[in-house]
Design a binder for this molecule. Sequence first.
Ligand code: CU
Length: 206
Amino acid sequence: MPVHPVRPAIDRRSFLTSAASLALAPLLPGSAHAGVPAKEFRLVAAPARLPIVGGSYPETDCWSYGGQVPGSEIRVRQGDRVRIVVENRLPQDTTVHWHGLRIPNAMDGAPDVTQPSIQPGEAFQYEFTVPDAGTYWYHPHAHSAEQVGRGLAGAFIIEEPNPLPVDRDVVWVLGDWRLKRDAASGSTAAFLPVSLCAVASASACA
Ligand SMILES: [Cu+2]
């Protein structure tokens, strides 16, 4: 039987009245947890048309976080308390998995195992403390092949408390797309075998 933790519920109306844009933007500090105010983010999963190929090619129908592919970068500091509201404007249910982060199971994003899947038009609030510095990524764990394949993935960067001195910190998010000659994404099946997303952070020492 699925385990349904108490949903940190956000009713849609109050969420929408506070939702200013599609952007993922740090908000004002939220309520304190164990004395540490959470850093708040909003992540909206929604269809978008984006210039995946670029140049003179038409835009491609994608599914995006924050209106962009890859999704909006989340960047916090080791030990931070993080609160992320995920709003689902997709035509199917979704969740978000925070890949590689050592966080409580209830926040792991496994649909109908660690949480109820987020239905279209609904939102879910994730909240956890990030214990380790590093380069991670986030992605859906419902209909994963299709949803990641359509563009739903983003970088999650956790900086050291005292960042190392570097000239430049570059984040690469690599995606493999199978598109038609007109940059159209074709059928859903076209995504299934080909899309993976990798993230690397390269820092050049001074
Ligand atoms: Cu993953």
